[in-house]
Structures are given as C-alpha cells and as structure tokens.
Design a protein around this ligand. Structure first.
Ligand SMILES: [Zn+2]
Length: 273
C-alpha cells in the first residue's frame, strides 16, 4: 500500500475510533461476493483487511451471507471454506434473505455495534453511505479499498463535536458543576488591595473633621462668589457698551470686530510670496 493512502486510512480509522467509539479488533462483516472475490483473486482476506484498516480485525459473516454461498454449489466450495473460518454473526432472519438486505438490517440506522462492512455490492455501499460511521471496504481490481468517510459520517462527527463544545441547557444542568470550578481558582492578589495607585487621581487634602467645614465652606464660597461677580461684571460691560437688546449679538459683533482687527496682520503675509 502506498504511503499516502496508508496515511489517509490511518487518519480515517482514527476518526472512526475517536468520534464513534470503534475499537480493535475491528468487527468486519464480509459478504458472500467478497469471499468469492478474495478466492478468485487469491487475496488473503484477513491480512488485507488488517493492512487496510491498520489494526487487528475479526472477520464475521452473517447466516444469510453464508447461506448465499451454500446455494451456489460445489463451485464455490473454497469460498464456503473461507467463510467458515469467520465468526458467524447471528442475524435472526429465520429464512435467509439476500445478503445486501441482511447486512443493511444488521447495521440498522446507527451501526450501533460498530461494524466495518466489506462488500462487493455497489448498491449496498450506496445505501450504507447514508448511515453515519460505517467504514466500507471493497475490492477493486485486486486492490482492497477503504472508502473515504461518507457525508453522513462527516456531518455526524461535526455535530458530535459541536455538542461537546456547546452542550444544551438540560445537559449543562446534569453536568457535575463544571461551572463552579471555573470560578474557584481565583487569582491570588499580590500586594495591597485596591486599584493601582499610579492610575488614580490624587485625593484632595483631607479637611480636619474637628474644624468642621469652615475652611472648605469658605473656600467654596470664595470661588463661587468670585465667579459670580466676574460674570456679572462681564455682562454689565457688554450691556453697557453695546445695544441692550441682545447680548449674543453684541458678543458676536465684538468677536467679529476682533477678527477684523486681526485681518490686517494676516494680509501682509498673504502678499509676500
Ligand atoms: Zn440475515
């Protein structure tokens, strides 16, 4: 097996193991055509399976599938002999049904027993691609092939991962208080508590409580008084000098005048190149 394909198969089997709980020895359900192919093409089926799945395998055959071989008479005796070496999987079909149908029913809708299916039936493989987590093996021109993961498999894998990352509300409730330990390991504060003194404004000098508010009141009143008188003065001047009707207009005109005064300063600069 080429290096590249071996790597891809190893990766794929680890996906089945990690995401869907597959374990070695892998249980491989082999169909009757696969038995016949491996005889006619002189493949060592078990060995090939171990190479492709990259692990130990337990080949199995259902009652219906081995029955199919019996029906084909003496010609298929080597295939029957091969199948007899495999573990028999009870499928509980009282009357044998076609191998494809038997394997499909054994896999079911979820492949809960985690079978690898080795089948030469194209139709069965197409059907089983719709079931998540069914590794599919077939022989193509005497080369055993493990199919890439089906769309259903990849989607199931992604949704499983999604669930792990974002558990639903009822699941969170059942979790054994994983949320509290996150809070528990609080970072220990080193040094004095409180904000970084360098990032805090300096406090105003404390007033002595025994001399209650006198100084503070005085200073505040002083400031306020100064402001008020200054404001009154300014207003008074404006009102007195200009039209008493609108202060804003007076101020504006004053400003404009100032700008006008400034203009001559700018003009010479403009003239000089
Ligand atoms: Zn069956």
């Amino acid at each position: 097996m080429r290096q590249k394909r071996a790597k891809a198969y190893r990766k794929l089997m680890s996906l089945y193991c990690m995401s869907f709980g597959f374990r070695q020895p892998y249980q491989v359900l082999v169909d009757s055509e696969m038995c016949k192919s491996s005889i006619t093409q002189k493949l060592e089926l078990s060995k090939q399976l171990e190479t492709v799945l990259q692990g130990t395998v337990k080949p199995m055959i259902t009652q219906c599938c081995i029955h199919e071989l019996y029906l084909q008479g003496k010609e298929q005796q080597p295939a029957v002999d091969l199948a007899k070496t495999f573990e028999r999987r009870k499928c509980n079909h009282r009357e044998a049904i076609p191998g494809d149908e038997c394997l499909a029913s054994v896999v079911g809708e979820t492949n809960k027993h985690r079978y690898v299916i080795a089948t030469q039936s194209h139709d069965l493989r197409v059907k089983l691609r719709t079931v998540p987590a069914v590794p599919l093996v077939h022989i193509n021109r005497s080369v055993m092939i493990l199919e890439p993961p089906s769309k259903a498999t990849l989607e199931a894998k992604e949704s499983a991962e999604e669930q792990v990352l974002h558990p639903s509300a009822p699941e969170i409730a059942t979790l054994p208080s994983t949320s509290t330990p996150a809070e528990a390991p609080k970072r220990k504060m080193k040094g004095p508590k409180g904000p970084n003194p360098l990032s805090v404004k300096k406090k105003k000098p404390k007033v002595d409580p025994s001399a209650p508010n006198k100084a503070a009141n005085e200073s505040e009143q002083g400031h306020a008084g100064a402001k008020r008188t200054r404001g009154e003065d300014a207003d008074g001047n404006v009102d007195g000098g200009e039209e008493p009707s609108s202060q804003g207009a007076g101020r504006k005109r004053k400003r404009r005048k100032k700008m006008g005064d400034n203009e001559p300063d700018h003009e010479p600069r403009g003239d000089t190149p």
